[in-house]
Structure formats: C-alpha cells, structure tokens
Ligand binder design. Structure first.
Ligand code: PGA
Length: 258
C-alpha cells in the first residue's frame, strides 16, 4: 500500500505571532507553484500562542496545502488544570494533528508513556491525528537497548487503541542524540529502527495496520538529507525542528519528499 508522506515542522518555543504569520506566508509562497495532489501532507506546529495567527494565515491563503498541529495537549476534556489545553480547544484553534511524547516533553516536563497513551486516546476520540514521538538516548543506544526501548514506548503508547485508530496515527522515530545536534541518524539505521517499529505494530495488531501507519524520522533533518531518507523502504516522512524555522529550507524538505 502506498503511504502518503508527511513532512511536519516542529517550531518548538520559537516565533511570536508576527513571525508565525511571516513564516506561514513564506512557506505558502514557496509551495505556490506545486500541485497540491503531488505534495506530501505538510504540517506546521507553532506554539499555542501563535496557533491563531498561523491558522488565520493558512485560512486566508485558502490553498489547503499546509495543515496545523499543536506541540502538546492535555488528555482531560475541561476543568481545573491550570496552564493546560484540551484537544477540543486545539481543534477549535484549527489543529488537525497534535505532537505527543516528544523527548523534550518527556525529559523536561515529565511526560510518561502513560500520559502519551491517554493523550493519543483523547486526540483520536476528537478526530485528530496524534504524532507519537519515540526515541532512544545515546546511553541507551550504546548499551544496545535501542530496539527494546522503542518497542516498549510504542507498545505503551498504543494500549487500548483500535486497529483503525492506529492505522490513522503517525509515529515519529527521533533518536534523542540526533535532535538539534546536526548529527543525523544514518538513513539505513533509521530505516531499520522504523521497520522494527512497523513490525511491532504488526505484532500488536495486524499486517494491514502496520502497512497503513505512517512512521517519520526526526533528528537534524535538512534539505540535503531528505532525499536519501525518503528513498528508504519504511521512512514515510520527517519531523523537522531547526530546518522548519526558515520557509525556504522547510519548503526544500517538503519538495524533497515529493
Ligand atoms: P531538529 O529537531 O530537526 O532540530 O533536530 C527535531 C525535533 O525535535 O522534532
């Protein structure tokens, strides 16, 4: 089955509203000449405070080539949870995707596998698509526990989800040592881990579900690396940090996935 590629830009804690509008408009100008049907699914993930501005820029353009994601959510629907945003609120702000379990959230904000699982359920229950991140640290890689760790993160993230829900979801494999370091994971190795994730999904569900789920690579993806990454059998796209902050480099990555 042909899986539609996904290129998602994780802006992290960057961009005021004016920057978000400029970057969104810049990206759309770069993609203007491209045929929408030929493009991968293009997603941008601004901070909460820039979601409205980015969504307005996308809506005003009306080309439908770029979709909106949030970088986090809370799994409860409403209530006394100071500082949090529910999935329904993010949907209301224009989001169609939500990134969960990013290593920075796990490391700095105590996000656990159990929370990732609850968030995935809440996102899917609202009709949005979770982008579920996983990845090993350098210590884990050197200790030879990469596959065990990743399979465990994925298994726990998917607890209680139906095959249909999993088929719609997106996983991002992001080795922590490759994030923001300029040190991209070798494409063959990234593909090996991603194929292992797909096989884990097959074991938990079935071959059709494993075949349908999109699994991205993330960690220092650049315009120069995307073609080789996309040429691999199991890599379905990229979650891009640093290189998504400039319209031209992000657009080059998008075009590299066509
Ligand atoms: P990077 O970040 O592309 O800057 O390495 C990727 C990510 O953390 O999603």
């Amino acid at each position: 089955m042909a899986r539609r590629p996904v290129i998602a830009g994780n802006w992290k804690m960057h961009n005021l509203q004016a920057d978000a509008i400029a970057l969104t408009n810049g990206l759309m100008a770069e993609l203007k000449a491209e045929d929408k049907a030929a493009l991968p699914e293009v997603v941008i993930a601004p901070t909460f405070t820039a979601l409205y501005a980015a969504n307005k820029a996308l809506t005003d353009c009306g080309c439908g080539k770029v979709k909106l994601a949030a970088q986090n959510c809370y799994f409860e629907t409403k209530g006394a949870f100071t500082g949090e945003c529910s999935v329904e609120m993010l949907k209301d702000a224009g989001c169609e995707y939500i990134i969960i379990g990013h290593s920075e959230r796990r490391e700095y904000f105590g996000e656990t596998d159990e929370m990732v699982n609850k968030k995935a359920k809440a996102i899917l229950a609202n009709g949005l698509i979770p982008i579920i991140c996983c990845g090993e640290s350098l210590e884990q890689r050197e200790a030879g526990v990469t596959d065990y760790h990743i399979a465990s993160q994925i298994t726990k993230a998917l607890i209680g989800l139906t095959a249909e829900e999993v088929a719609k979801s997106i996983i991002a494999y992001e080795p922590i040592w490759a994030i923001g370091t300029g040190k991209t994971c070798d494409s063959i190795e990234a593909n090996r881990v991603i194929a292992m994730i797909r096989n884990t999904v097959k074991g938990l569900y079935d071959a059709n579900t494993a075949d349908a789920i999109r699994i991205l690579y993330g960690g220092s993806v650049k315009p120069e690396t995307i073609k080789e990454q996309m040429a691999q059998s199991d890599i379905d796209g990229a979650l891009v940090g640093g290189a998504s902050l400039k319209a031209d480099s992000f657009a080059q990555i998008v075009k590299g996935a066509m």
